[in-house]
Design a protein around this ligand. Structure first.
Ligand code: GDP
Length: 302
């Protein structure tokens, strides 16, 4: 957690620094409030949330009769934490009591967001926790995607179910992977999928079918949407398409190591009504961490 905090603090620095400079003043002038709002916008907190937040802070400051920056800072921290959700349940639903029924996690998201990488990291996390994992390469559109997942499988010591044919039916790979996970009495099955957004109808068909066919063998516990934090508010439009196509239970926000824009956490949760559960902090196998609201907000305000 402290490593996460340090890295988030580092990654969010431009944002935190701007807020720090504003809130280091003795009194807040009109233009300072605008600067606070602009800074929140730049951090991808989203127009509506940023506007409401600053409006509330100003109202509170008026009631007190002064705008003491230190108090504003404390109030801002509290409000950001409320927005991010301090007590939201972010646990992964992957601990089935029934030993014979593996938990199923389907990874969805636009290509390039870090889906395959996150599937590999997640496998590693479960293996480290003593769980038996199977990976399914249901991104059959590009052979390279299955190769990449296989590399991750070898790296973390987990079998990968794939098709040898390019363009094979992704749902049949998902079906076989579920079968294999059952046969091997695995604890968790993680299915990687393709994310071509060009054709929304196809995408919806494909993801819907993967889900239905998997469910012939096993119930699906989690559908994790992988979002690239560096795409900022553009990621929201993508997110909505996937939420509509398959229904998502949580979000993994990747590439937070290279971005000052973690504020999208707030938009994602507000607009999709699902929690950000995990964050990607790099390309390595251990660069995946549970999302920590306090560390995140302190990173923003650092
Ligand atoms: P996919 O097409 O969605 O499966 O995306 P990939 O898993 O292939 O990832 C695309 C690129 O993003 C790769 O170069 C990954 O190494 C990189 N990547 C994934 N997650 C992260 C992250 O959290 N931080 C950074 N810096 N890079 C990441």
């Amino acid at each position: 957690i402290s490593r996460l905090k340090a890295r988030l603090a580092k990654s969010s620095n431009p944002f935190g620094k701007a807020l720090f400079n504003i809130l280091a003043k003795d009194q807040l002038a009109e233009s300072d409030w605008e600067d606070v709002e602009d800074t929140l916008l730049l951090a991808d907190v989203g127009a509506q949330a940023s506007g409401e937040l600053v409006e509330e802070l100003r109202r509170d400051a008026r009631i007190v009769g002064e705008s003491d920056p230190a108090q504003v800072r404390t109030a801002l921290r509290g409000k950001l934490l409320d927005l991010v959700g301090r007590d939201t349940d972010r646990s992964l639903n992957a601990d089935r009591a029934d030993a014979n029924t593996p938990s199923v996690i389907i990874m969805v998201g636009v290509n390039g967001t870090g889906k395959t990488t996150t599937a590999g990291k997640l496998a590693r996390l479960f293996v480290a926790g003593g769980k038996k994992v199977v990976l399914g390469a249901a991104d059959t559109f590009r052979a390279a995607a299955a190769d990449q997942l296989e590399t991750w499988g070898a790296r973390v010591g987990v079998p990968v179910v794939r098709s040898d044919k390019d363009g094979a039916d992704p749902a049949s790979v998902a079906f076989e992977a579920a079968q294999r996970a059952k046969d091997e009495q695995a604890d968790v099955l993680i299915i990687d999928t393709a994310g071509r957004l060009q054709n929304k109808a196809n995408l919806m068909d494909e993801l819907g079918k993967i889900r239905r066919v998997t469910e012939k063998n096993l119930p699906v516990d989690e559908v994790l949407l992988v979002l690239d934090a560096t795409t900022g508010q553009n990621g929201m439009a993508q997110a909505k398409v996937f939420a509509e196509a398959i229904g998502i239970t949580g979000v993994v926000l990747t590439k937070l190591d290279g971005s000052a824009r973690g504020g999208i956490v707030i938009s994602v949760q507000r607009e999709l009504g699902v929690p950000v559960k995990l964050v990607g902090l790099g390309e390595g196998p251990d660069d995946l961490a549970p999302f920590d609201p306090e560390g995140f907000v302190d990173g923003i305000l650092a």
